[in-house]
Write a protein of this length. Sequence first.
Lengths: 72, 72, 72, 72, 72, 72, 72, 72, 72, 72, 72, 72
Amino acid sequence: MTGQNTYVKTEIVGTSDVSISEAINNAIGTAARSLRNLEWFEVIELRGSIRDNKAASYQVTLKLGLRYDAGA
Amino acid sequence: MTGQNTYVKTEIVGTSDVSISEAINNAIGTAARSLRNLEWFEVIELRGSIRDNKAASYQVTLKLGLRYDAGA
Amino acid sequence: MTGQNTYVKTEIVGTSDVSISEAINNAIGTAARSLRNLEWFEVIELRGSIRDNKAASYQVTLKLGLRYDAGA
Amino acid sequence: MTGQNTYVKTEIVGTSDVSISEAINNAIGTAARSLRNLEWFEVIELRGSIRDNKAASYQVTLKLGLRYDAGA
Amino acid sequence: MTGQNTYVKTEIVGTSDVSISEAINNAIGTAARSLRNLEWFEVIELRGSIRDNKAASYQVTLKLGLRYDAGA
Amino acid sequence: MTGQNTYVKTEIVGTSDVSISEAINNAIGTAARSLRNLEWFEVIELRGSIRDNKAASYQVTLKLGLRYDAGA
Amino acid sequence: MTGQNTYVKTEIVGTSDVSISEAINNAIGTAARSLRNLEWFEVIELRGSIRDNKAASYQVTLKLGLRYDAGA
Amino acid sequence: MTGQNTYVKTEIVGTSDVSISEAINNAIGTAARSLRNLEWFEVIELRGSIRDNKAASYQVTLKLGLRYDAGA
Amino acid sequence: MTGQNTYVKTEIVGTSDVSISEAINNAIGTAARSLRNLEWFEVIELRGSIRDNKAASYQVTLKLGLRYDAGA
Amino acid sequence: MTGQNTYVKTEIVGTSDVSISEAINNAIGTAARSLRNLEWFEVIELRGSIRDNKAASYQVTLKLGLRYDAGA
Amino acid sequence: MTGQNTYVKTEIVGTSDVSISEAINNAIGTAARSLRNLEWFEVIELRGSIRDNKAASYQVTLKLGLRYDAGA
Amino acid sequence: MTGQNTYVKTEIVGTSDVSISEAINNAIGTAARSLRNLEWFEVIELRGSIRDNKAASYQVTLKLGLRYDAGA
């Protein structure tokens, strides 16, 4: 963060059947369809569903930080 | 939550002169005018105003979870 | 907060090279370009960058409370 | 809160055999016997006792906000 | 709590389509089928599901306190 | 806690050069000079000063719970 | 803190249209009208109101620590 | 969570020399030997041991949510 | 914690009229009647009752960690 | 933060009789005498002493982030 | 804390087979071998190991506050 | 932890472009250049940077526990 920039933080939950990292990237990728200038993420919560006595999905709650775009 | 869905969490404060439940439903109902696919709520904070030495209103801060709509 | 109003809380980070107060006002001023009816703020986090062994910028994370506008 | 007012917050536990709302109002009503200018409450904790495998009483811990009265 | 008693705390989630209080009592009633000497509850979390833009169920996470029974 | 009683919680710091327990009892004993019906305490914080590389005093922050006395 | 002293902590909200520091001093100054031996403060929460898209007032919630006066 | 179901949450620590995910699955798999109807997990804490200046094991504290089985 | 072991954490409240340490040991001793392989404790909360303006009992809430026994 | 850098966080308390900002800069300036590559600060706690019913000093607890220097 | 002093806080875990107080003093005594000007401690966490169904050791996590020495 | 040992906890941020585990190991490996007897780590915070709408780096804040070495 530099200068007089302003940033917005938005909370989002990504899911994946495969891994924690993929859940993070799914959340970022989906958010990027409607939000520009994504700069950082913070993991807030990690949970998941169980099926057949194994972790069946990972659900990662993130805060995404995005630079408020002057021209927006 | 299932599959590879992504969810957004938005923070909202509902108020009611009548009850905690009505404050929750007022928040959800108002949010539903502009947000689709609302799936769950989490109560974050409960407070209210006092008049004539009684609870005059309930103010319930919620996080609303909504499924990110692919077509949005 | 009065009556049956609903409020939205949005998280934003204001920055300033000068002071904590200016960082708060930068965040509010920027948010006001796209959000109406801003009513209150809550300071969530205070941090900053260091340059030449002095605080070079203040970064203030706020929650902004805004009244949900019926006509919105 | 307006102007240069000062407010005091005091912590109180209201109880009721009937409902959460009545416990809140019992706390406010009792506090009002000795405190003036009560303006708002914040729910800090909610618990209760169990008898015959049912909730037998609700115990609601509140912070009460009261305007410091210049003439006090 | 008196004397040299020992207590166990167990975490349980009660649900109800009707009210917060019923969700609390459903949790206590279900727990009482397998646990004796339930003495108190503490509300840890309150959330719920949304259907048709209304609260469709309340999910109340409780800690239940029970007196450890010497003869158990 | 029973019936429709109301309780007040007040925060107090007891100190002792000897032990944690004495600090707790000093706080309770001092509070009892001006407050009646003290029923329970909750330890909020434990700290102390160091002198000659040993704990020189214990400072225990407590919340004291007292039954609001109808005749008070 | 020294010796066997006892301290009381009381929660108070100071407000100011000008600055955070003035809000702190307003709270202390008002409390000092009825409380003696104020020794320290801890900032618990910082918020404020917004008017014309600027911070219009600062509301600082403090805990004030005061030495319990033997002669009180 | 649907209907009037009740759920139990139990806290468990899984370990693995290999990865965070394996530690989660080890915890679930072990719990499944004595608990039925496991539905979800929440990660509470993540830590580990160090050997030869590398992470030698991962220790993941989970809350496991399981549906209380009427016939249990 | 070593290897691929799994551990369970259970929450328990020990009480004693004498000391904090005895309350901890009472909790462990009582739990040991029905639980094997207790390995560690974590103090979660410390409170107590007051009688005659002195601490009359200590109530210590612990989490007990126990190694899940393969043969259980 | 970029690349494979490692950062250390150290906790420090700056004080000032004048302002919060000066307390922050005093802490950074003092730390810089023995620590290199200071990059950011996070405010953890804000408190102060009271004299003559005014804030007499500000005590700001910070975490300082510094880049671990390969040649160190 | 007075004047323009700066303080460092360092986190340390003391252990003792005997008592909580001895664990605190062991931590302070060990830290004093390499750190000067220790002024206060804050207890962050209290835990311990269990052997033969009794508390076998106390592990107390402290923050130690020390005055930054100008000549250091 | 055994006997009368004392442990120090130090806070460090490891980064990696590849994975959470590598960020943990980078932190431990870097710390090991100047610190001996590292025994355990606790994950305090997980965040990262975003580039091209993907997680570009992981930043893991750890507390490292190390045994205070008598001969140090």
